[in-house]
Design a protein around this ligand. Structure first.
Ligand SMILES: *[C@@H]1O[C@H](CO)[C@@H](O)[C@H](O)[C@H]1NC(C)=O
Ligand SMILES: *[C@@H]1O[C@H](CO)[C@@H](O)[C@H](O)[C@H]1NC(C)=O
Ligand SMILES: *[C@@H]1O[C@H](CO)[C@@H](O)[C@H](O)[C@H]1NC(C)=O
Length: 261
């Protein structure tokens, strides 16, 4: 999946412990939630939860605060992974149910009855900020918040851009919020696979295979590879190009080792 719809349930109040049909729960409403997420509909209709659905275990009786829980059953915020590009609009149905049994998966147990439900429709951009909402019915109140975030390694407004940070032969980068690579220090190039040589390293005569190195090509030497290597055996001479032996004043011969007459 490339994005995740997250729903944080925060507080539910059903002070009189009533069901939607007007009857009270005995002894109290053991409450769990069913969440249905689907494409935007101006008028919400029954039918498949096209973006996914999820149920909670019993989270409390009548009125209760719902704490965050990082894993396992009762995980909160609830996670609905989306296997498509987030369209930016949605419909959300949150139903509160009473279950008389002790079933850990109350959605399957018989005798469940509806306490209340809310339906919201709207638009929502991908982002880290939670959108808070509170829905008050005559008998119940639900406080919750929600957001859509990109899954790991996905970036961009619709989470469609894949970027995996890496630090190996194929590249050295982290990922920017828009999914483009940002090179680690010492690396450059479109794929951040080209090392940046030691500062001042000669562009043609030096090279590097990792950052801050300066290796010389044949015929060149020095920390920045900007000094030529004179001809082998050159005694009293210098060079301006590799393998040259240009004699100092007063010297001559191929190796500048003969005193000039
Ligand atoms: C809820 O999800 C399950 C599988 O995750 C699916 O079989 C079922 O049809 C969904 N229910 C609705 C109403 O879409
Ligand atoms: C996501 O959708 C693709 C193509 O429709 C499918 O092959 C894949 O199994 C789906 N993955 C999940 C986790 O639902
Ligand atoms: C819902 O009810 C609570 C408590 O009664 C109140 O504080 C809140 O302002 C109400 N919210 C709305 C949106 O009416």
């Amino acid at each position: 999946s490339s994005s995740i719809f997250q729903l944080r349930l925060q507080e539910f109040a059903n002070e009189r412990g009533m069901l939607a049909n007007g009857r009270p729960c005995e002894p109290g409403c053991r409450t769990f939630f069913r969440i249905c997420l689907k494409h935007y509909q101006a008028t919400f209709s029954e039918g498949p939860c096209t973006f996914g659905n999820v149920s909670t275990p019993v989270l409390g009786t009548n009125s209760f605060v719902i704490r965050d829980k990082n894993s396992g059953s009762g995980r909160n915020p609830l996670q609905l992974p989306l296997n498509f590009t987030w369209p930016g609009t949605f419909s959300l149905n949150i139903q509160a149910w009473h279950t008389p049994g002790d079933d850990l998966r109350p959605e399957t147990s018989p005798g469940n009855s509806l306490i209340s439900q809310i339906i919201i429709q709207g638009s929502l951009a991908v982002g880290k900020n939670w959108k808070s909402d509170e829905q008050n019915n005559t008998l119940t109140r639900l406080r919750y918040s929600y957001r859509v975030v990109c899954s790991d390694n996905y970036y961009g407004d619709s989470c469609s851009r894949l970027c995996k940070k890496r630090d190996d032969h194929f590249g050295h980068y982290e990922c920017q919020p828009d999914g483009s690579p940002s090179c680690l220090p010492g690396w450059t190039g479109k794929y951040c696979d080209q090392p940046i040589c030691l500062s001042g390293c000669h562009e043609q005569n030096g090279y590097c295979s990792k950052p801050d190195e300066c290796n010389c090509r044949p015929g060149w030497q020095g920390p920045l590879c900007n000094e030529c290597i004179p001809h082998k055996g050159c005694r009293h001479g210098t060079c301006t190009i590799p393998w040259q032996c240009a004699c100092d004043e007063g010297w001559g011969g191929l190796f500048c080792d003969q005193a000039a007459a």
